[in-house]
Design a protein around this ligand. Sequence first.
Ligand code: BG6
Length: 482
Amino acid sequence: MEQMCRADFPKDFLWGSASAAYQIEGGWKEGGKGMTNWDAFVRIPGKTYKGTTGDVAADHYHRYKEDIALMAELGLKTYRFSICWARIFPKGVGEVNKEGIAFYQNVIDECLKYGIEPMVTIFHWDLPQALVDAYQGWESPKIVDDFVRYAKTLFTYFGDKVKYWITLNEQNIFTTLGWLTAQHPPGKFDAWKTFYQVNHHAFMAHAKTVLAYRQMGGTGMIGASFAYTPSYSMDCRPENAMAKANYDDLQNYWWMDVYAYGRYPVAAMNYLKQKGIEPKMAEGDEEILKKAAAQISFMGVNYYKSCVCAYNPPDGVTFHGRINTTGEKGSGQEVGIPGIYRNPANPYLLTTDWDWSIDPSGLWFCCREITSRYALPIIISENGLGAFDVKTEDDQIHDEYRIEYLKEHLKALREAIGEGCKVIAYCTWSFTDLLSWLNGYQKRYGLVYVDRDEEEGGSLQRFKKDSFYWYKQVIETNGTCL
Ligand code: BG6
């Protein structure tokens, strides 16, 4: 594809890698940590692939020093990780758990020791179960103040050392899978009205956290990370192009417009009103959303795949097509909203074993769209390939497919930068192998292999994959070796 202009990665570019507490930490009953919604959910039979849990995960809770030393060896400039709310407040509210604070203080200090900039996600889906028991978690507006109190605690303890804050990870995904497809906690199905209300509460929690950070004198960067799946119209038939507009409003701008402008997209809101499923807003909410939007520093983007949009008849496919969680290529089904849009496969793109399209240009589109529509700096907070990796007898992992994936995405990112997109950081997903929420341990994303199998056995030993050495070289040359 022809690029309009070309540039190199900026000198101070933050080359990074990412993780999330539940997916790596383990130590689920240690250090005074409380139960989370995920600790409970994985215990419901049939909810996760082969019943896998994060009880031990990659055992980062005990091995963080070894992991961060590996990050230093690789040359990471930033490490994005999340904090488990229930380690800080075991019951979601109340007394601060000093052991939890100490754990993250150690992680942060360990990063800084090697000159690695910590990038902290405040919420990556693990919610104290006590708040679910008390008021159904995100379903109640009560969560907003509790969330802000939790976030302020983090700013108080870690604010002098952490300069990059991500309020919420993929609000669009945890709410969709939690209230529409029943695949994440609280496992609700087709609860559309609650879904939009839950999202409104999450937006308010995000917005009030941004405002609190600034009120507390925070001068670092703060924003949310959005799972951005950009779309292409199937062809130039106007009804397909309109399906794309519908998809963009309902699946992308619904979130990004609120983060960046503090308002919901008009056509989507009218559609929800017609269906009687629009969120209820309290007086003053709009003003708060707008104020916070003016104070975010970046749009965080988690990018994995793009999609195609086509007209979907009123009796067409629904949201409930099967998701491929086994790695059996082709076992996923088409999804859509009847009468609004559907997402057929893209015949021009290859897919992963989990049926995710592989589309480096999609990342380029994301950056262009954010730049044109919001004029915000961009942090690519996740990008990576989930694959079956094989460790050879001599402990090598030849993941050339992952290198290829990352290389092509980075080249696309460089094009976007050349065209004027202000991209400040890029984090591969993930640093070590970890628990893929619904897909178990067999779907590996790491630059570092963790010896852990589906039956949750394995030595937990770390092994550097070929992609580790490759990414090291990319960082050393600031991307010029691409
Ligand atoms: C993002 C999440 O949705 O994608 C991660 O922020 C997740 O937590 C990643 O692991 C990959 O998704 P999956 O389902 O393949 O693990």
